[in-house]
Design a protein around this ligand. Structure first.
Ligand code: NDP
Length: 265
């Protein structure tokens, strides 16, 4: 996909910023939505090295950009530049949507995660196993707790899972193994799928009524989802989250309903 270095960014209205950024599907998704509504707005991808985050945001604002989506590794770095950060985003230290004019930032990944599960019915107290303790896990973990899931967390580096739980003051159980017994929702927020690696999960122990959700997406599918499907589970991939968080960003920026369908679903 085409992208620009921030110093060479063209005139536009919206952008996704990150590093690397060439794989992002946000420009196609948002441009399609603008075009579908007949809006004369442009959305591009811009590479921003993390150490140049504030300089780049000033530059895009001066060029007349109205808003940006923020992806890895900038979600925490943008906070210093902002005048106003919503409480949730400050708590999880991750902003993915910015209004450049007012310098306000929010997190739409977390409500997007919940929205992307709307096709399933989870009761209060349903059990969710979160695999991973990196940047996106923080937002998912807090969102899951607020949505009433009983939360279990497993991470390859166990100490990081404990740090996540204590820093967010979550009521969650840290597991020593990725034990899927009795779990209703299994969320892969590790980068294992990115590297084509398999997580050591005993899928034969999983409930056939469980849902497996991989935050990562790939046109080839992921090993995690293939294994879950082979065990008879229902599955969701990261395109659902991409579309749901994108829809919420769109509606926050423009103050109007996004077109249906939004994204690639
Ligand atoms: P981070 O780099 O912050 O965290 C990576 C996590 O993955 C850590 O917990 C790390 O464990 C773990 N990990 C890495 N490699 C392996 C492996 N081989 N086996 C087991 N665990 C591993 O990443 P993010 O939290 O930002 O992103 C995680 C995933 O979510 C990525 O695949 C990303 O593409 C996806 N994502 C998708 C989004 C979407 O819109 N669909 C939005 C955000 C993220 P350790 O602590 O031991 O190193």
């Amino acid at each position: 996909m085409a992208f620009f270095e921030w110093r060479d960014a063209p005139k536009s209205d919206y952008a996704v910023i990150g590093d690397p950024i060439e794989h992002s599907r946000s420009p196609a998704m948002h441009q399609h939505a603008f075009d579908a509504l007949g809006l004369d707005l442009k959305y591009v991808a811009v590479r921003v090295p993390v150490e140049e985050t504030s300089l780049a945001l000033d530059h895009l604002r001066t060029l007349g950009y109205r808003g940006v989506n923020v992806t890895v590794p900038l979600k925490e770095a943008v906070i210093d530049w902002l005048s106003e950060v919503e409480d949730f985003a400050r708590r999880v230290r991750a902003v993915n949507t910015i209004d450049l004019v007012s310098k306000r930032g929010i997190n739409t990944d977390a409500p997007g995660f919940t929205a992307s599960l709307s096709q399933f019915e989870f009761d209060q107290g349903s059990k969710m196993l979160l695999l991973g303790a990196g940047g996106s896990s923080r937002a998912i973990a807090l969102e899951a707790e607020q949505q009433g899931f009983e939360l279990f967390i497993y991470n390859r580096t166990v100490d990081k899972a404990h740090s996540l739980v204590s820093s967010l003051r979550l009521k969650a159980t840290v597991l020593a193994e990725p034990d899927v017994r009795d779990i209703d929702l299994i969320v892969n927020a590790t980068s294992a799928s990115l590297y084509g690696e398999r997580l050591a999960i005993d899928w034969t122990a999983a409930s056939p009524n469980a849902v497996a959700y991989d935050l990562f997406y790939s046109s080839h599918g992921t090993q995690f989802l293939v294994d879950a499907q082979n065990a008879g589970l229902r599955t969701v991939d990261g395109l659902a989250l991409l579309a749901a968080q994108g829809r919420l960003s769109f509606e926050w920026w423009l103050g109007r309903k996004a077109p249906e369908p939004f994204g690639f679903l």
